[in-house]
Structure formats: structure tokens, C-alpha cells
Design a protein. Structure first.
Length: 205
């Protein structure tokens, strides 16, 4: 089985997740050019790096990356990216047992609007209810308190910190490793997490 997943457009009331492609380049350049104050630990392309960013994400398909543009429904603009990552199969089978959600960033204007919560709802729902996984991983730089709190608000369970686990995206640390705070949602927790996210999104309405 190819590590790249063929996932259709996933649509919600606030955000639409479309397979990432060159058609999103102009919007993403604008999104990346907004206030970058929350990106200290996150890989977000600079204004002139969008084409290289898209090419790099395309090349990561063979490593298991399935990227999406986060398109704001209210104006049809791509305001960030997210992805499925590291799909894992049951021993001796091609059937998926787990997957990660990651490579996520949003324009400053899209943060705190409910888009992140609904995007996670769409990705969790497709992973558990269509792909049939029993676990979804999320991780972030252990120093990124903003991201950790956002993941916790999704209802994900904190599992601990793995030291020197992931490539660091912090300024001055490229090529080095970071400590990663690890979170997960497992299939038994999905109904409650789903309800929590639906209630959050309804509150936005």
C-alpha cells in the first residue's frame, strides 16, 4: 500500500480541506504573510517560499504525507495547511491501525475562529470512521505551550515528552532535534471527542 492516501475533499461549515496543490499558492502566500508571531516552533513558509514549500510537501508523499489546504468557507481562501502523516498498518496487513495529524498552520486571521477545531473534527472523523484506525497521534514541540493547549482542548490525551524525537523548526535549530510532546485520541475516546468538537463548533455559530 502506498503511504500516500487518496482522501476526498472534506467539507464543514467553517473550513473545507482540499488536497494541497498549486492552485492554493497565491492564497497561502497571503496567509503566510500575515502576523507570524505564533510560528516560533512551526514550519510555515516565508512569503517567497510557497512554491518550494508545495514541492517539498509533494515529495513527502512517498514518506507518508497526505497534505491539505485549509480553505475558509466564508470567503473561499486557503488560510493554512494540515496533513495526515505517518500512516501505520497492522502487523502482516495493509490495513491501517493508526495515523498522525500534523504539519498544521493557520494564518493569524483564521486562528481562534473555530477553523482548527472543525478541521480536526473532519480529519478525526475520516480517520476513525472511514480509514478505520484505532488511534490518531498529534505531537508538537514540547516548548510550544500554545500548541499544547490547543491540542488538549481538542480532547486529546497527553502521553508524555519524547526527548530528541523530531526535527526542530525553531529559528537557529534547523538540522537539530527537539523534544516532542505526544498526544493521542484512541477509538474508545472518539465519541466523546467528537461531541466536544461538535459543541465547540456549534458555539461558534
Amino acid at each position: 500500500m502506498s503511504p500516500y492516501l487518496e482522501v476526498p475533499v472534506l467539507s464543514g461549515s467553517l473550513v473545507r480541506l482540499e488536497p494541497l496543490s498549486g492552485v492554493h499558492a497565491v492564497d497561502l502566500a497571503g496567509a503566510a504573510g500575515e502576523n507570524r508571531g505564533s510560528y516560533a516552533f512551526t514550519t510555515v513558509p516565508e512569503l517567497g517560499e510557497i512554491d518550494a514549500f508545495l514541492a517539498a510537501h509533494g515529495a513527502r508523499g512517498e514518506q507518508g504525507l497526505t497534505p491539505f489546504a485549509q480553505v475558509r468557507v466564508s470567503d473561499g481562501k486557503a488560510v493554512g495547511c494540515t496533513a495526515y502523516w505517518d500512516p501505520r498498518t497492522w502487523p502482516g496487513s495493509d490495513d491501517l491501525c493508526a495515523i498522525e495529524i500534523g504539519w498544521t498552520w493557520l494564518a493569524a486571521s483564521a486562528q481562534g475562529t473555530g477553523i482548527n477545531a472543525e478541521a480536526k473534527l473532519l480529519l478525526f472523523a475520516y480517520a476513525f470512521e472511514t480509514l478505520g484506525v484505532v488511534r490518531v497521534d498529534l505531537k508538537t514541540d514540547a516548548r510550544n505551550e500554545r500548541s499544547r493547549k490547543a491540542i488538549e482542548r481538542l480532547g486529546a490525551h497527553f502521553e508524555g515528552v519524547l526527548r530528541n524525537w523530531s526535527p526542530s523548526w525553531a529559528a537557529g535549530e534547523r538540522g537539530g532535534l527537539r523534544d516532542s510532546a505526544m498526544f493521542s485520541v484512541v477509538i474508545e475516546e472518539w465519541p466523546m471527542v467528537k461531541k466536544t468538537l461538535l459543541d465547540r463548533i456549534a458555539g461558534r455559530g
